[in-house]
Design a protein around this ligand. Structure first.
Ligand code: ZN
Length: 161
C-alpha cells in the first residue's frame, strides 16, 4: 500500500543537522505515526512521503524556511531579570518555556547581566537545515473514527469517546 491521503503512516527517523549532530530520533522508541494529509507533518516532509510504502528508506532535507524559519534578530531581546522570579542560577544556553497568551514558546538565554537577561525567542531550530533519515514501517487506511478525530488511535493509548 502506497502512502497517500488519509493513510496512517508509521515511520522511524533520525533527524540530524548539517554537522551530523542528531537532533531527534525514534531509535529505541515507538515509531511516529500520523495521518497523511492531515497537516501533522511539515509539508516539505509530508510531500516526500507521498507514494512511498512500508520498508522504503530514504532521506529528506528540509530547508530552514520550510521548517522553523530563519532567525530573526528582532527576537533577541533584553528583559528584566525579575521575569525569572526565584530562579537563582541563570546561565547562557539555558532554555525556558514561556507563555504569552495561549502560545508557549521556548526562549534561550544568550547573556546574563546584573539586572537584565538577554534572551533569544527564535525557535531553537530556526536557521537549522533538517536532514531526515526515514524508514517507513507501516501504511494502512485510517478508520472513519480516526478521520473524524483527525488523529490516530492505537490500542491502549486512546481513552476518549
Ligand atoms: Zn480520537
Amino acid at each position: 500500500m502506497k502512502i497517500g491521503k488519509h493513510k496512517v503512516v508509521s515511520f522511524n527517523y533520525t533527524l540530524t543537522d548539517n554537522n551530523g549532530e542528531v537532533i531527534d530520533s525514534t531509535e529505541g522508541q515507538k515509531s511516529l505515526a500520523y495521518i497523511h494529509g492531515a497537516g501533522t507533518l511539515k509539508a516539505a516532509l509530508e510531500n516526500k512521503m507521498t507514494g512511498k510504502q512500508a520498508d522504503d528508506a530514504f532521506q529528506v532535507t528540509v530547508q530552514p524556511e520550510d521548517a522553523y524559519g530563519i532567525p530573526d534578530a528582532s527576537l533577541i531581546k533584553e528583559v528584566s531579570r525579575d521575569l525569572f522570579g526565584d530562579i537563582e542560577q541563570i546561565e547562557a544556553g539555558m532554555q525556558f518555556q514561556t507563555k504569552s497568551g495561549d502560545v508557549a514558546e521556548m526562549v534561550t538565554v544568550v547573556a546574563v547581566g546584573d539586572k537584565t537577561v538577554t534572551v533569544d525567542c527564535n525557535h531553537p531550530l530556526a536557521g537549522i537545515t533538517l536532514n531526515f533519515d526515514i524508514h517507513v514501517v507501516d501504511v494502512r487506511d485510517a478508520t472513519p473514527e480516526e478521520m473524524t478525530h483527525g488523529h490516530i488511535h492505537e490500542q491502549g493509548d486512546h481513552q476518549h469517546k
